[in-house]
Design a protein around this ligand. Structure first.
Ligand code: ASP
Length: 380
């Protein structure tokens, strides 16, 4: 396909994907985007990349009815604050790694999301947190899994990336490293919220009655293989009020470098030291010089389908626009497999994608013009 045609298609896709944000005026209009992309066929007129950041606060079954106005306002306020924190870093010329860290810390500190304070509970009634960060410029990465006392796991993941010889640390070892590095530790009950505690009680009750969704049971599942062309489905009752709530950020800085980060409490009622996709580089988090991704959803699928790397591999090896690539993996590959969730992705020109195959995904975008845009549902 000729590059010019591909770019026009890319522009059309961007218009469709960002429409749910309900903020078309704050993003590049379709016409302007087409003009920009046509111009970019000629290197001498290629516009500067659009620096900025995109964030998510988790995907899942988020119905308008179940979201009270108070809760919606709290979610929107936290997403906006997160965008502003990341944007402030980028606006003063800071790095994408720094911006991702700043944006995620705000969401970790908010009880509205399943990361840091407000994390979901394990089967045993504990909070076990996972996080990862990756620098697209250098492909350096840091991750932590199963930590119980780290106030901001994304900061510990960054310390692993920048100050250790390793990529992933877990449990007590990770916390010993946190102490050594002066990363803030808190008492285990800091993370507790009543709402998450009640979610665990409901999951335990459902498990007793045998009505739990597989991911709520915390039990290993028999492998499910949908017939080709037949997406795997689950009963609505099993997924009622089910939301994931992981947080993530992807940023492009003014120097043109990408970074991605993700932080989570995992899934309610998880057992046996279960680790999800978020801290696994290439599954829930990934960045390279051309593409960066942070995911949210049913982690087991994102691990098995190496979702974040698959999206960036399509950009790198097939030269696909990030919009098309993210869409293929989330709306085709994952839907076929039965993997619920979504991603945020960005390329080195600042094009963004935010596809999700669940009913909602908390998400937001802020570009150089400095207007934060947040959205929850498919339609504004
Ligand atoms: N992906 C996370 C996990 O499986 C959950 C989420 O996105 O909320 O641990």
């Amino acid at each position: 396909m000729p590059a010019s045609l591909r770019r026009v298609l890319h522009a059309a896709l961007l218009a469709v994907l960002v429409q749910p944000l309900g903020c078309a005026t704050s993003l590049v209009s379709q016409k302007e985007e087409e003009r920009r992309l046509r111009a970019s066929d000629d290197d001498s007129t290629r516009p500067a990349p659009r620096w900025g950041l995109v964030i998510h606060g988790g995907a899942g079954v988020i119905s308008r009815e179940s979201l009270t106005p108070e809760r919606e306002a709290a979610v929107r306020a936290a997403l906006t604050e997160s965008l502003q924190a990341g944007h402030a870093v980028l606006a003063r010329g800071g790095s994408s790694v720094e911006a991702v860290t700043a944006a995620i810390r705000v969401l970790e500190d908010s009880p509205s999301f399943n990361a840091g304070k407000g994390a979901v509970f394990t089967h045993e009634g504990k909070n076990e947190l996972d996080a990862a960060i990756m620098d697209g410029r250098t492909r350096e990465a840091g991750a932590v899994a199963g930590v119980r006392h780290v106030k901001n796991p994304i900061s510990l993941a960054r310390a692993v990336m920048e100050k250790s010889a390793h990529v992933m640390l877990s449990g007590e070892g990770a916390e010993a490293f946190a102490r050594e590095q002066g990363v803030e530790l808190v008492a285990a009950d800091y993370f507790r919220t009543e709402e998450r505690w009640q979610s665990l009680q409901r999951a335990l009750e459902a498990e007793k009655k045998g009505t739990a969704a597989p991911e709520e049971s915390g039990q290993p599942q028999a492998p499910t293989q949908p017939q080709p062309g037949q997406p795997q489905t689950r009963g609505p009752s099993a997924l009622e009020d089910h939301k994931f709530g992981t947080v993530g950020a992807v940023a492009l800085d003014q120097a043109g470098h990408l970074a991605a980060g993700t932080s989570t409490g995992g899934m309610t009622n998880k057992r046996f030291g279960r680790i999800g996709d978020s801290p696994i580089i290439g599954a829930g988090t990934y960045a390279d010089p051309r593409c960066a991704v942070s995911a949210t959803g049913h982690g087991e699928y994102f691990i098995r389908y190496t979702v974040a790397r698959d999206i960036c591999a399509r950009v790198e090896l097939l030269d696909l626009p990030v919009l098309e690539s993210a869409n293929q993996v989330v709306m085709e590959v994952l839907v076929q497999a039965g993997g619920e969730g979504g991603v945020i992705a960005m390329d080195a020109q600042g094009n963004v994608a935010m596809p999700f195959n669940s009913s909602g995904m908390y998400r937001g975008y802020m570009g150089p013009e400095g207007t934060p845009s947040v959205a929850i549902f498919k339609a504004p």
